[in-house]
Write a protein that binds this ligand. Structure first.
Ligand code: BGC
Length: 790
């Protein structure tokens, strides 16, 4: 775990270096610059990169490969604190800018989770970015701009007034690729206006273990869904393909970062090559195929070897097999960690050489630019890293800077920044609405009538902390998620409706009960009680939880409310499925994930029926630990091996005892206020190994309301044609369609059979995955239809 994202200073001091938008260069200066190829916007990017590389010294090249955290550009909080380690300060300091950007020739700056400008508005971000960029361009010998990295993982989470989308796990529940693209495009607008031209998103790791503190940053446990949403999001975020991004997206964390052996962040991963290739790589590959400009490396070690030093991973798989051509960046501090944590190098020089030779183009260093320079120069001088490899890495970095237009239009307009970060509320509302997943609705408890008298209670009812989650204003969420390390300023609270406020806007019959006693006392006079429970904000290892469940006080609250005899509606705002205890038998149960700044309104939309819920679980919801112990029989929920739980686990030999797929709610589950019937499945009868298959079926809305249905499509491989153990079913695609009440739609889902490729061979199989010919079945709900692969 890294406690390294400093608090935001509360005081609003002026930036020490404030520079406005520069005016266009005068004509004479422009003509002179254009005599030089790399400054000529009309020359090709390849020619500009080559010209610039030819002019650069080795020192300048090495500096380009380093990314340094914003704090190193800031001065001390108090005079005498030392210099240029001002992560607690909010002032850019000229001597620090000079040291990092000019003396150390650093190529990139990052703002980690809480590295915000003093006022933390859009305009504050734009001014801070312009000041840094101006310093780099004006004072460096060759006027090379920096590329600025941020974690805009659910919208641009830093500026406190920003519109925030549901965290990825909630976006996963929408199964809506066009929405993931729209959210990406909205994030692009936020970033283009504020200067963060490199976004460390999306996370293409898949959700496999809900104990992991970063589970909510993933889209799904199914590679097909994660790949589709990530690819769409990248297209929206970049606003252009690999050759013309406006913002650089990052496929992270390559590869297998979600697979730690025990649910803890950054703990070793043990990954059979078969599992890595067949199950984990496809969602990263989809992001790369969508044109992602950059890839970030997994912090962990895989099979006893750090990913950051792995030539197999970063060159063989990533470049040679997946065809990635962009920039590879290490994760935070992971290059020095090869020496300090993994001890696979005797010193920093050895660590840097291993990472660069494996395929790392830029190190998120993040706070020792001189050390980086010395180490990499030494590695080159000793022949440990070739000059050709340096040119290759720097060439990729400069190419990206040129593609982003940083040499030609390096600055942003602060007067447009506030409006840009607070825009796109309609997209955020739609996303939050579509993410809402109704898991239980006994006797049509929902929707409520606006005239129903409703008591609202619970820790997440009138708080934005859990509604927004981590990476929101500060690394650990607003107020730092209650962590002493990470507290943000109390006056930087996003202007958003909580669930209570959203419900009060939808109905005048809503009262708030701040605690259990007042809720129980108010219940007899109400028609229903809504308990908004779940988790607080957290990020990375601070969110690891050995047994994720509603805490005892929340379970007690629900039990006490149930004892009043009134209908109890439980709303869970959390980053992952939780053990539910008494909430399992609530009259209604709504999973809201961490739905963002429009989340309070979206919960109200669903509770009052303004929006017909359509969200479907993107993950499996495991049974409670307590339930596992008491239900050990072959037919009930499994007692063993229930967590981690995912839909494509392989069959075992113990029948229902831990080897079946029997979660509390399966992936794809979610109720609507209407009903659907899927019928008439047929599949393309036969195809080649390079071909594709189309599954056709009809979805009828058999209820009384217009609605949206989401239908996953699976493939079962019934014969022994692969000679290896295969999951009972693999998800190959999905369809999402609006169907009016009483209407029906014909739906077609086409998937390439390459989706079915598997690694052949014994336990030690490592060959590239291949498609096995033979007979297969497409499965949709309880229907199946056979097809052959020739
Ligand atoms: C996280 C990355 C993130 C980086 C920069 C790391 O700790 O693992 O996902 O992009 O910090 O904030």
């Amino acid at each position: 775990m890294r406690i390294r994202r400093a608090a935001i200073a509360v005081a609003t001091l002026a930036l020490a270096v404030v520079v406005g938008v520069p005016t266009a260069a005068d004509g004479a200066k422009t003509r002179k610059r254009h005599a030089v190829v790399y400054t000529n916007p009309k020359a090709s990017i390849a020619a500009r990169v080559s010209d610039l590389l030819n002019r650069m010294t080795l020192q300048e090249k090495v500096g380009q490969m380093d990314q340094i955290v914003l704090g190193k550009l800031r001065g001390p909080n108090n005079p005498g604190d030392g210099d240029c380690n001002g992560s607690n300060s909010d002032q850019l300091q000229t001597n620090c800018l000079q040291k990092v950007l000019i003396d150390d020739r650093t190529g990139s700056i990052l703002s980690g989770g809480t590295d915000n400008p003093p006022d933390n508005t859009g305009a504050g971000w734009a001014n801070q970015y312009n000041a840094i960029q101006h310093y780099a361009i004006d004072h460096s010998r060759l006027h090379i701009p920096v590329i600025y990295g941020v974690d805009a993982v659910h919208g641009f989470g830093h500026p406190f007034e920003a519109t925030l989308f549901p965290q990825s796990i909630g976006m996963g529940a929408t199964w809506d690729t066009s929405l993931a693209q729209a959210a990406g495009a909205a994030t692009r607008q936020q970033l283009l206006a504020t200067g963060g031209n490199w976004d460390f998103a999306p996370v293409q790791d898949i959700a496999r273990d809900n104990r992991w503190g970063r589970y909510y940053e993933t889209w799904s446990e199914a590679g097909v869904l994660a790949g589709a949403l990530g690819a769409a999001n990248i297209k929206g975020l970049q606003g252009g393909g690999f050759d013309s991004p406006q913002i650089a997206a990052t496929v992270k964390h390559f590869a297998g970062y979600s697979q730690s052996i025990n649910g803890h962040d950054r703990v070793e991963e043990q990954l059979p090559i078969r599992y890595l290739q067949d199950t984990l790589l496809p969602s990263y590959a989809d992001g790369i195929d969508a044109g992602a400009a950059t890839v970030m490396v997994n912090s962990g070690s895989i099979n006893g070897f750090p990913a950051t030093a792995s030539h197999f991973l970063l060159t063989e798989l990533l470049r040679n097999r997946l065809g990635f051509k962009g920039v590879v960046i290490s994760d935070y501090g992971d290059v020095p960690a090869l020496q300090s944590a993994y001890h696979i190098a005797p010193d920093l020089t050895g660590a840097v050489a291993k990472a660069v030779n494996a395929g790392v183009d830029m190190a998120m260093e993040p706070d020792n630019p001189s050390g980086w320079n010395q180490a990499l120069l030494q590695a080159v001088n000793r022949g440990m890293v070739s000059k050709a490899r340096i040119d290759e890495a720097v060439g990729r970095i400069l190419t990206l800077k040129f593609k982003l237009g940083l040499f030609d239009h390096p600055f942003v307009d602060p007067s447009k920044a506030n409006a840009a970060v607070t825009g796109s509320k309609d997209v955020a509302r739609q996303a939050a609405d579509e993410s809402m997943t109704l898991l239980r609705n006994q006797n049509n408890t929902l929707p409520l009538s606006p005239s129903s008298k409703v008591v609202v209670t619970g820790p997440n009812a009138d708080s934005l902390i859990g509604q927004l989650g981590g990476w929101s204003v500060s690394w650990q969420g607003i107020f730092g998620g209650g962590q002493a390390c990470c507290a943000g300023p109390p006056d930087q609270i996003p202007p958003a409706n909580s669930v209570l406020k959203g419900m009060q806007q939808a109905s005048s019959s809503v009262t708030f009960a701040p605690d259990q006693a007042s809720a129980v006392a108010a219940a007899p006079g109400a028609d229903a009680v809504v308990a908004v429970v779940g988790e607080k904000a957290y990020a990375e290892a601070l969110g690891d939880n050995p047994s994720p469940a509603l805490p005892p006080d929340q379970q007690n609250l629900i039990q006490a409310l149930q004892a009043t005899g009134k209908p109890v509606i439980v709303v869970v705002l959390a980053g992952r499925p939780l053990g539910l205890g008494p909430a399992k038998s609530a009259d209604a149960l709504l999973m809201g994930y961490e739905p963002g700044t429009e989340g309070g309104n979206a919960v109200a939309d669903v509770l009052y029926g303004k929006f017909n819920p359509s969200g479907k679980l993107p993950v499996s919801w495991p049974t409670d630990a307590s339930q596992q112990l008491s239900d050990f029989d072959a037919t009930g929920p499994s007692a063993l091996g229930d967590q981690p739980k995912f839909f494509d686990q392989l069959p075992g030999t113990n029948g229902g005892h831990g080897s079946g797929y029997n979660p509390l709610y399966p992936i794809g589950f979610g109720l609507s206020y209407t009903t659907f019937k899927v019928s008439g499945l047929s599949a393309t009868p036969s195809t080649s190994r390079k071909g594709s298959v189309t599954a056709s079926f009809t979805v009828a809305n058999t209820g009384g309301r217009d609605g949206t249905d989401i239908v996953p499509v699976y493939v079962h491989q019934p014969t022994e044609n692969a000679g290896i153990v295969v999951p009972d079913r693999r998800m190959v695609g999905f369809a999402r369609m609006d169907v009016p009440a009483g209407g029906q739609k014909n739906v077609q889902v086409t998937f390439p059979v390459s989706t079915l490729a598997l690694t052949p061979g014994d336990i030690d199989g490592t060959e590239p995955p291949q498609v096995f010919p033979g007979s297969y079945q497409v499965q949709v709900e309880d229907m199946s239809d056979g097809f052959a692969i020739r």
